[in-house]
Ligand binder design. Structure first.
Ligand code: NBP
Length: 365
């Protein structure tokens, strides 16, 4: 590689970084790939990246020298410490006007801070939500960039080219200043927490209330996915319910009913409480995950607190009608959850994120 050939340099060669690079290359951009563990650069160049407009760097100098001016550097590394470490490492090599984009799931107060700190050093910082998982990153994510708006004209073409399209329009627009992009991504993830909890509750009603098998519940989700509930989460729920273990029984029945969390739902709920916004559905979804984690107590309680039915214990009404009602109930609940998420974002747009003291505190959570 000689001279500044790359339109953008991307650091972080795990699944998201690699797929975004491949997506950018497919859209006609030349990308320089780099990673903390440098051996992953050559592994990528010799395999997935082979024959594409992708070059690699093996040290900081090679990486910096490969980039056209103003330099556009995107980080797809673990949120938190790794982002700050990379920024510190890059800073001595950068020129005024260069751009650092953090595409990871960073907490918005970190992006507020980074935008301000870097702006004081004449470096433009962008914190961008990237949604759609691995598949989205490869073939069209939804992108939510925010931060220093001076960066936007320099990254707009790349971002809008690689983004998913809806009626021909890119699922990517400038969101706002400082941590606005990561804020919107946080609420988006919170809404997803709500969606997943609603799906779990619908499943539970069908399983324990109607006594349906996993295959039968899969059939219901398959039908729902052709109607108003058509969505990625309903689609993968269908596939999960259809998936059988080697012994031919539904794998889902062997999965421990204990959910973890990475934090974005909790951040949304905390922020909603700070602002006094009744984002009930997302907050309950986070609490349901916490409750699921208390497995030992739940198992113990289930031996002592038995459900007492007044009737036969079996649903004796019209199952078809019940399932239609359940579909509508799930749809209505989703609308409420989305409305609550948008209400939160509107409040933030009107009044700012939250009190300053809270901002400082959340950085340490
Ligand atoms: P990971 O979140 O697993 O991060 C792996 C990358 O981070 C590797 O390049 C690794 O370098 C680097 N890294 C780590 Br870990 N610690 C580091 C440190 N202290 N200093 C420097 N580099 C460090 O990758 P991912 O799943 O591709 O996700 C990337 C970002 O995108 C994350 O913020 C994630 O939350 C976000 N995101 C992920 C998804 C998804 O579906 N996976 C969706 C949307 C957003 P190494 O190779 O040297 O260990």
């Amino acid at each position: 590689m000689s001279g500044p050939v790359a339109d953008l340099g991307l650091i972080g060669l795990a699944v998201m970084g690699q797929n975004l690079i491949l997506n950018m290359a497919d859209n006609g951009f030349t990308i320089c790939a780099y990673n903390r563990t440098v051996s992953k650069v050559d592994a990528f160049l010799n395999n997935e990246a082979k024959g594409k407009s992708i070059v690699g760097a093996h040290n900081d100098k090679e990486f910096i020298d490969s980039l056209k001016s103003p330099r556009r550097i995107m980080l797809l590394v673990q949120a938190g410490k790794a982002v700050d470490e990379w920024i510190e490492r890059l800073l001595p090599h950068l020129d005024a006007g260069d751009i650092i984009i953090d595409g990871g799931n960073s907490h918005f107060p970190d992006s507020n801070r980074r935008t301000k700190e870097l702006s004081a050093k004449n470096i433009r910082f962008v914190g961008s939500g990237v949604s759609g998982g691995e598949e989205g990153a490869r073939f069209g994510p939804s992108l939510m960039p925010g931060g220093n708006e001076e960066a936007w004209p320099h990254i707009k073409d790349i971002f809008q080219a690689i983004a998913a399209k809806s009626d021909g329009e890119a699922c990517c627009e400038w969101v706002g200043d400082e941590g606005a992009g990561h804020y919107v991504k946080m609420v988006h993830n919170g809404i997803e927490y709500g969606d997943m909890q609603l799906i779990c509750e619908a499943y539970d009603i069908m399983k324990r209330g109607l006594g349906l098998s996993s295959k039968e519940i899969g059939d219901v989700f398959a039908k729902w996915n052709k109607g108003v509930l058509d969505s990625f989460l309903i689609e993968i729920t269908r596939d999960i319910l259809y998936f059988n273990d080697d012994d031919g029984t539904a794998l889902v029945d062997k999965i421990l009913d204990k959910a973890g969390q990475k934090g974005t739902g909790k951040w949304t709920a905390i922020n909603a409480l700070d602002l006094g916004m009744p984002v009930t559905l997302i907050a309950e979804a986070v609490l349901a995950r916490c409750l699921s984690g208390i497995k030992d107590e739940r198992s113990e309680a289930s031996t002592k607190l038995r459900y007492v039915s007044r009737g036969s214990g079996k649903f004796e009404g019209n199952k078809e009608q019940f399932l239609e009602d359940l579909e509508q109930a799930l749809y209505a609940s989703k609308i409420i959850s989305y409305a609550q998420g948008f209400m939160l974002m509107q409040e933030v747009r009107r009044n700012g994120y939250t009190q300053d003291w809270r901002l400082e505190l959340t950085q340490h959570l």
